[in-house]
Design a protein around this ligand. Sequence first.
Ligand SMILES: O=C(O)c1ccc(O)c(O)c1
Ligand SMILES: [Mg+2]
Length: 625
Amino acid sequence: MKTSIATVSIAGTLTEKLDAIAAAGFDGIEIFEQDFVTHDGGPREVGRMIRDHGLEITLFQPFRDFECLPEPYRTKAFDRAKHKFDTMAELGTDMMLICSSVHPRSLGGIDRAAGDLSELGEIARERGLKVGYEALAWGRHVDDHRDAWEIVRRADHPNIGLILDSFHTLGRGIDPETIRSIPGDKVFFVQLADAPKIDMDLLYWSRHFRNMPGEGDFEVKRFMQAVRATGYAGPISLEIFNDQFRGGDPARIAADGYRSLVVLLDDVRRAEPDTGAPRLPARVETGGIAFAEFASRGEEADTLARAFASLGFTRSARHRNKAVDLWTQGDIRLIVNREEEGHAATSWNARGTCVCDIGLSVGSAADAVTRAEGLRLEPFSQPLGPGEMAIPAIRGLSGSVMHLLDEGLSTVWEREFVPEDTGDRGAGMTHVDHIAQTMSYDEMLGWTLFYLSLFDMTKSPMVDVIDPDGVVRSQAVESRTGTGLRVTLNGAETHRTLAGRFLADTFGASVQHVALATDDIFATAEACAARGFEPLPIPGNYYADLAARVDLPDAVIERMRAANILYDHDGAAGFFQFYSRALPGGIFIEVVQREPGYRGYGAPNAPFRIAAQKRLARTKGMPAR
Ligand SMILES: O=C(O)c1ccc(O)c(O)c1
Ligand SMILES: [Mg+2]
């Protein structure tokens, strides 16, 4: 099945778009007329340039306001179409898209539309061209693919067919199952887009908020399953009108698009057995986070180590060959890497103290790598020292690394590390609850797609986190089983927010905090305090307000106040959390206790946490981050 993407989906000049689309792996493009018209070069040259990129022109579009016009508009519309047919011949494409008319003088009438299309089909046939008709969700008389199909059926012409676009069908809430009764040979072209479910004018929604399949809330897979059932075998093309993408990095957006298509087509193969075997291993089931590795040096590395000790961690092993310490507590492993060569050193040079590597437990590391390769994710490796194990890894957020560990690879701790004698039993923390990654808002969709396409994860609705100086959008992705990986993605739009400041200071997206789970937050807080841990101070007002709005005994609220513990309840269960102060690199540690059934991340408390962090930074005379 050929893959294609509309030029309108990608930012840049026509040449930049083509470079990005070709590099991403697509077979073809839908050329948007505007992208062609704005280019300084005739249609023959443009056609050649596209073919020189190894791409074919799958479609020329859009041709508007054609059908059902009274004279003299009707004749003019036919003349316009003939003119475009000339251009198409020079470009070297044989398929034109006509979208349903929004012309104020359009008369409507299914047979009138069919008659116009049939007559145009005859002109197209003489020139060896084909015309596909698409129902725009806001078309004046035709706004439903079922009506568009009836028009095409009555036009009854071999050069006239139907174009399906998932946005127009799913955006209007039309059941995609209705596609199954359309003959595949009359479907001339298929366009795909997803979108977030927001209540909005259809045209505005379509032109600004479409996104890649899997990035939104539409049932694009069910749409595509219905398309496959018709026997349609032509190109599958992304047509994504999105303001962020129009201003985004062409290579990144094109790669995301290609990835979304590969995943979707594989999901469809999996769901409809008669469409062929899946080509990729299934989405990878994640266990928890096996380790979080900090790149650091000197004084900052010492400060980190002291902070870990105050949180009840023990330096339980050192690497055989490297300046790498392993700090453990429960099933949690925090690594401090002071090496002056290799990935950690590169990360430290670029951004200072940071989380440079995340180790993830997976069912099968080999399957994870095969799937990642199929999605064209970037593999990572570096030279191994004596006795070191080859653990598969891929590039994660902004050049960071994600290692994939399965059962067979879990011997790495014994093989590569020398244990140290430890007496400390810890402060009761058991495992990593989640990591929080901060990125620019523009990167959020792409990273959501990364997690959802590689791993067996779902996303939760996006929430707004109110910072005193702006809004940060936050979205969680979590393993379907609920026991594996959990990540919150935080998208900052301004440098004035805590997240935005962190982003600027660390030169790109990275882990801003690591949240550790305990079964008894009060005991853990006490054990940490005994080790000299200083929590983020929370003002008294918070507890006065809490007492008024939640159903907790006064004595519990008093204990929370004493330990700077915050609380949330999501209707099902409660959640307790406290925070460290800022560590080197602006990173912080969160400690959480989830009551069984609590699904959130304490988002309602984020404004209080952020205000407290900014206040602390100000009183220390440090930049607020
Ligand atoms: O927004 C539009 O006008 C428009 C044009 C062409 C399409 O294929 C489409 O889906 C929308
Ligand atoms: Mg369309």
